[in-house]
Write a protein that binds this ligand. Structure first.
Ligand SMILES: Nc1ncnc2c1ncn2[C@@H]1O[C@H](COP(=O)(O)OP(=O)(O)O)[C@@H](O)[C@H]1O
Ligand SMILES: [Mg+2]
Length: 271
């Protein structure tokens, strides 16, 4: 049965689009038919990260308004035949995205895909609530800093109030994806530590993605980080997170943990 996931955060620039592309590609690599849907009307970022910006003809709003059929707007990935993109419009007015229209598109996507991953715009306004509206599962992307954690807390409130699932009285499944985590900065106290974030946002942890130049490099190449160098730290972390989404139990790797442990052992010996 199809699963709709919203990748959301409240704050912009935390890694939602990066995470949508990386998780989508990792799920598609499992052989499951996956579509990533760009709800960030006006920005059109996801097509760049997916390396498909030159192939966009029709977009989500065209389909919502009935100007194009869904199969005309879907772009099949050149690397993975199980991966598709439904792009956003760069030029149109985001008010053209109606709640009823989005519902029709989501229902149609559910008929053919195993995974539907919705990349949410920043903010807590209409665009973000439309992106989360039909989700079964939410991935709350958070950076280890106070402002991001606070915004995520607000989004968790919205997920429990403004979604179709919440209105039916059902529980919205929520997962925390901690991104851009830099263990050295956390150790120095310049960033929150994993346990600090978990204490404030008491939703289960889906994964910890390290801060890494590999993310920028992949993005510049138009390659989801999980389709690039599979052994890079962010690719491994995203692949593990995707496996957890698919229901597997995978041990959590905390970036820098090994060194932290060494530090503690050394510290004890020295004492
Ligand atoms: N783990 C990471 N390490 C380094 N840079 C990252 C990481 N995740 C995201 N970024 C960078 O942060 C910026 C914002 O990411 P993006 O996915 O567009 O965020 P959002 O969709 O939430 O606005 C981009 O330049 C992206 O390359
Ligand atoms: Mg984005």
């Amino acid at each position: 049965m199809a699963k709709v996931i919203v990748v959301t955060s409240g704050k912009g620039g935390v890694g939602k689009t990066t995470s949508t592309a990386a998780l989508g590609a990792a799920l598609a690599q499992r052989g499951e038919k996956t579509v990533v849907v760009d709800f960030d009307v006006g920005l059109r970022n996801l097509d760049l990260v997916m390396g498909a910006e030159r192939r966009v003809v029709y977009d989500l709003i065209n389909v919502v308004q009935g100007d194009a059929k869904l199969p005309q707007a879907l772009i099949r990935d050149k690397r993975l035949e199980t991966l598709f993109l439904l792009p956003a419009s760069q030029t149109r007015d985001k008010d053209n995205l109606t709640s009823e229209g989005v519902e029709i598109v989501m229902n149609e996507l559910r008929e053919t895909f195993d995974w539907i991953i919705c990349d949410s715009p920043a903010g807590i306004e209409r665009g973000a609530t439309l992106a989360m509206r039909h989700a079964d599962v939410a991935v709350v992307v958070t950076n280890p800093e106070v402002s991001s954690v606070r915004d995520s807390d607000r989004i968790i409130g919205l997920l429990d109030a403004k979604t179709a699932k919440a209105e039916r009285g059902e529980r919205m499944e929520k997962h925390l994806l901690l991104t851009r985590y830099d263990p050295n900065r956390a150790e120095r106290g310049d960033m929150l530590k994993v346990e600090d974030v978990l204490e404030i946002l008491s939703i289960p942890l889906l994964g910890i993605i390290p801060e890494s130049m590999d993310v920028l490099r992949a993005s510049n190449l138009g390659t989801p980080v999980t389709l690039g160098d599979a052994r890079s730290a962010p690719a491994l972390a995203y692949t593990d997170a995707a496996r957890r989404l698919a229901g597997e139990t995978v041990p959590m790797v905390i970036p820098g943990e090994k060194r932290g442990l060494f530090g503690k052992i050394f510290g004890r010996r020295a004492a």
